[in-house]
Design a protein around this ligand. Structure first.
Ligand code: SAH
Length: 513
């Protein structure tokens, strides 16, 4: 009758890289997503924008949707015929109450699938340099909750746990830490047995306290460790220093906001994540091609008689749109003007644009040394012949500077808008980001064009922009950011690689201070 179905999906412990391929596929086809408080922020940012989402957050002490209500929500949405994704931290069946959520669905004959996730019980120690098993120290590991049952009783068999000489991983045990350590020692565990508490594991803000069973509670209190955190008890904890790796990467401990259009963000994001940063991808702009019928190329297609014609691109999007949408949509290609005897040349603003042009089979003839509109204009003035004509194939409302240079150099040009850059009116995560920036929790907000600054400002309407630690790709972007008195740094080179390099330098300088 209806095709509703529920996917119970593990989101892993936080790092978006630990989300499984299958989880991503399922999320992408969802109609409705219910997620809990342990799902990482990087992952929240990648949830499809147009899909209905609810937070059924559950975090010790804070308001949350009761379990029964969550079960009912899943049932109700599935019965409407929706593809429902229930996204849970770690693995859905490891202390995740996933079983309870399935019971009601099974009773009502609603179909479901389970997508296992990487559990914090194993991944969080791994990110802290603690292998849960090691041949020399232990042959088994156990995952236990120290959270007392509803009746306040603790039915854990501590004697057996101690006898097994194993690694013990306690989830949901921060508030019960003193009690758990006491019980272990009463059951005969050596008070000097290594023990660790690991907070916010796999995330940029992860912290660890390595100690012993007798001193863990005190040391953890001193460090003000809070939930979510796990406790690991066993000799393997002593390896944590030697095997630590997470903090060693250049951008470890950094949270960075990337504001480009989503399809364009991936390279910057990937490079930052590779260097160890946590990246919140919040697209502030969308680029949309102008429909080919509305782009007037009649002049270009009518050029002839060996005229020098410069096709000029100021962004990879321009190249992609011109060939992939504009020309393709008009069912024509550049042979039409080449046959007419045109002396065809290509000018690009920078490397990435040149690369994109190569993908379509054309080599750039001209690229300025510094990648901005003004320099591109100057280079054209120097290189183009007196009777040449320059076609600017770019965004509507592109930079004036390029035109000013061409005007000053008496070069003929036609400004042809082939795509539009639209600012986002709102972002589902605007509130979270605003709060984080105002509290100084975001290390950098990256801006790769003046339009991303405009998009950011429109989206984050109510925020104090003077608190924004901006990294701008170039001068023109910086000028836009200056209007809002942001704290501005500028990349030395107007490329993605340049941005990444600058970020690393800034972080290093900050550490040295
Ligand atoms: N299903 C989850 C566990 C849910 S119980 C899983 O498989 O990971 C919630 C507990 O998991 C928290 O109280 C904490 O002990 C632990 N936890 C989950 N994510 C964590 C993280 N990123 N860092 C530290 N502990 C985490």
């Amino acid at each position: 009758m209806n095709n509703g179905k529920v996917w119970l999906v593990g989101a892993g412990p936080g790092d978006i890289g630990l989300l499984t391929k299958k989880a991503i596929e399922v999320i992408e086809q969802a109609d409705f997503i219910a997620y809990d408080a342990l799902v990482g922020e990087e992952i929240l940012c990648m949830l499809p924008e147009k899909v209905e989402k609810v937070s059924v957050g559950k975090r010790s002490g804070k308001h949350s949707v009761p379990q029964e209500e969550t079960n009912q929500i899943l049932l109700k949405e599935a019965l409407k015929g929706k593809k429902v994704v229930r996204l849970k931290g770690g693995d859905p069946f490891v202390f995740g109450r996933g079983g309870e959520e399935l019971e009601l669905l099974a009773e009502h004959g609603v179909p479901f699938e389970v997508v296992p996730g990487i559990t914090s019980a194993v991944a969080v120690p791994a990110y802290a340099g603690i292998p849960v098993t090691h041949r020399d120290y232990t042959s088994s590991f156990h995952v236990i909750t120290g959270h007392p049952r509803k009746d306040g009783q603790d039915r854990t068999d501590y004697e057996s746990l101690v006898r097994m000489n194993a690694t013990l991983v306690f989830l949901m045990s921060i508030r019960a830490m003193g009690h758990v350590m006491e019980k272990l020692m009463q059951a005969g565990m050596d008070p000097d047995m290594p023990a660790a508490v690991l907070e916010q594991g796999t995330r940029y803000c992860q912290r660890k306290v390595v100690s012993t069973v007798s001193r863990l509670e005190e040391d953890s209190k001193k460090a003000k460790i809070q939930t979510p955190a796990i406790i690991v008890v066993g000799k393997v904890c002593a390896l944590s220093e030697e095997f630590s790796w997470y903090e060693k990467r250049e951008l470890a401990g950094r949270q960075i906001v990337v504001t480009r259009a989503r399809n364009k963000a991936s390279r910057l994001t990937k490079e930052l994540r590779d260097a160890g940063a946590e990246v919140l991808e919040i697209p502030m702009i969308d680029t949309t091609p102008i429909s080919p019928e509305q782009v007037d190329l009649s002049e270009l297609l009518a050029e002839s008689e060996e005229r020098e014609v410069w096709l000029t691109f100021t962004s990879p999007t321009g190249v992609e749109t011109f060939f992939g949408t504009t020309l393709a949509g008009k069912k024509t290609d550049l042979r039409r003007i080449l046959r007419a005897g045109v002396d065809l040349k290509f000018a690009v603003i920078g490397e990435a644009t040149a690369k994109e042009l190569e993908r379509y089979g054309w080599m750039a003839d001209l690229m300025p040394e510094v990648y901005n509109g003004k320099e591109l204009g100057k280079a054209l003035v120097q290189t183009a012949g007196k009777d040449a004509v320059v076609y600017l194939l770019r965004a509507k409302e592109g930079s004036e500077e390029l035109k000013e240079e061409l005007d000053a150099g008496n070069i003929q040009y036609r400004d042809v808008a082939i795509y539009e850059t639209l600012c986002r009116e709102n972002s589902p995560l605007a509130d979270i980001i605003t709060e984080k920036i105002e509290n100084g929790q975001i290390d950098r907000v990256t801006f790769t064009s003046a339009s991303t600054v405009r998009g950011f400002v429109q989206t984050m309407k109510d925020m104090d922009f003077t608190k924004v630690p901006a990294l701008c790709i170039g001068e023109q972007t910086a000028r836009e950011a200056e209007k809002y008195h942001m704290q501005i740094e500028i990349s030395d080179q107007a490329t993605i690689a340049g941005m990444v390099k600058k970020l690393k330098e800034l972080c290093k300088a900050q550490e040295e201070r």
